[in-house]
Design a protein around this ligand. Structure first.
Ligand code: SF4
Length: 441
């Protein structure tokens, strides 16, 4: 990458910006992503940090301020935010909670008013909530302009890449904990790279790519023995619950302990879906040719170009694990849930499940919060999808904090996946690291 000679400049908050002097807490939705996202705020000079790891107190506080009608992710995020306010020395007037929101047919759109109501009830009416929305495909994120928005996108994609590398390595490690350590060090390295980066987009990209190259080396050094005996299980479902290890009782790690490997759907897919929805709605109101559509198209183009650049260091390792363009996911969902008539995560889960089946997955797991409409609708469709894809086993796992027999259920499910693997109509492409193992198996 050729760089013009320039002086590296870091961004600053615009004068009088409401985040000045405040501490922003970001819900710990996904390991790696939350740290990287908080680092983008710090890059702007805003004190920002992830909410601390969820625990029993999270559930106690969440339960105290919910009635049971709310979704499980709402209970977790409310519980985690209230735990912060219990900490000694926390000044509510200087505290801001970051909470993305959404339109569409699910309760996510109610999270922000609900959180504000709970904060007032709990005696913290002064705590502010920052809430970017899917209506703008999160363009209003933190109201810090395109520099923040683009860097946040890069941070989330880079974290997705690190999580993918972790999940491809950990099942095969021969030194327990080595892959997790490589991941933790790589996330810290990425955060440092973000905070030290420059506002020049090419210069910043160079430093992020170098950070990912270092990460790749760490993962390559993890002692591992690759075998194709492990079933590959695609993991789809509700974004918070599938990515938040506390919410889903660390399902992917449990899957690994039972002999499988998880291919977990990432965050970037949801942003791609939100972009596609913005474009679809512009077409619906007769603005197919408009300035807004031009901006939306350019935005998607820039995001894909950034994604390709960040993926380059791992291109060889991710062979056979390529993520689809959102248009392919929506096309695959169309026979079951056309996106012209249905909106939300169920569309993406169905399309991604079909994509994973076509790319040689041995099974699909859908992770959803208990009573989540997206999970319930998807579950009704999976039998037809399974039949269309040679009988691939698809199993919904619902979570509400009381999961009891996860190991047993996963063990039984993996037996189904092993049996499907013997007869599946779609073969899997293995990356080079499996080559020697394939000769030995
Ligand atoms: S997708 Fe389900 S769990 Fe998530 S906010 Fe919507 S209804 Fe709640």
């Amino acid at each position: 990458m050729q760089l013009r000679a320039h002086r590296c400049v870091k961004p600053t908050l615009p004068p009088g910006h409401p985040l000045a002097g405040k501490t922003v807490y970001v819900p710990a939705m996904a390991q790696g992503a939350v740290e990287a996202f908080a680092a983008v705020f710090r890059w702007f000079g805003v004190a920002a940090q992830p909410t601390p790891p969820s625990n029993q107190r999270t559930l106690e506080l969440g339960a105290k301020f919910t009635s049971g009608d709310e979704c499980y992710p709402a209970k977790i995020t409310v519980g985690d935010f209230l735990r912060i306010l219990e900490q000694p020395g926390v000044d509510p007037e200087r505290t801001i909670f970051f909470m993305a929101t959404a339109d569409g047919p699910c309760r996510f759109g109610q999270y922000v008013p609900f959180l504000r109501k709970v904060l007032a009830q709990a005696g913290f009416p002064d705590v502010q909530v920052y809430a970017p929305s899917t209506q703008q495909a999160y363009r209003d994120i933190a109201r810090l302009g395109s520099t923040f928005e683009r860097t946040a996108w890069r941070a989330l994609v880079a974290a997705d890449i690190l999580r993918k590398a972790l999940l491809q390595t950990r099942p095969y490690e021969t030194a327990a904990g080595a892959a997790d350590q490589a991941f933790t060090e790589s996330v810290a390295d990425l955060c440092q790279a973000i905070e030290a980066s420059c506002t020049d987009t090419a210069c910043q990209m160079k430093s992020l790519v170098v950070s990912l190259q270092r990460a790749r080396q760490r993962f390559l050094l993890v002692p591992a023995s690759y075998t194709r005996q492990r079933p590959l299980i695609g993991v789809v479902g509700e974004i918070f619950c599938r990515l938040n290890n506390f919410s889903n009782a660390d399902l992917v790690r449990n899957l690994e302990m039972q002999g499988g490997e998880g291919w977990l759907t990432d965050i970037a897919e949801w942003i791609g879906y939100c972009n596609s929805e913005v474009a679809r709605k512009l077409r619906l109101v007769g603005q197919a040719i408009s300035l807004e559509m031009l901006k939306s198209t350019l935005r998607s183009h820039v995001q894909h170009s950034d994604e390709r650049a960040l993926l380059a260091p791992f291109a060889q390792d991710f062979a056979g694990y390529e993520e689809p363009h959102i248009s392919e996911v929506l096309d695959l969902a169309r026979p079951y849930l056309p996106n012209t008539g249905v909106e939300g995560e169920m569309v993406v889960s169905i399309g991604k499940a079909a994509y994973l089946a076509r790319h040689g997955a041995d099974g699909i797991v859908d992770i959803s919060p208990f009573t989540c409409m997206n999970g319930i609708v998807s579950e009704a469709i999976y039998p037809k999808l399974s039949k269309d894809y040679g009988g691939i086993p698809i199993r919904n796992f619902y979570f509400d904090g009381t999961q009891a027999e996860l190991q047993r259920d996963l063990g039984i499910y993996l037996e189904l996946a092993r049996s499907y693997r013997e007869k599946k109509p779609f073969s899997r492409r293995y990356p080079a690291r499996f080559k020697q193992a394939m000769a030995a198996d």
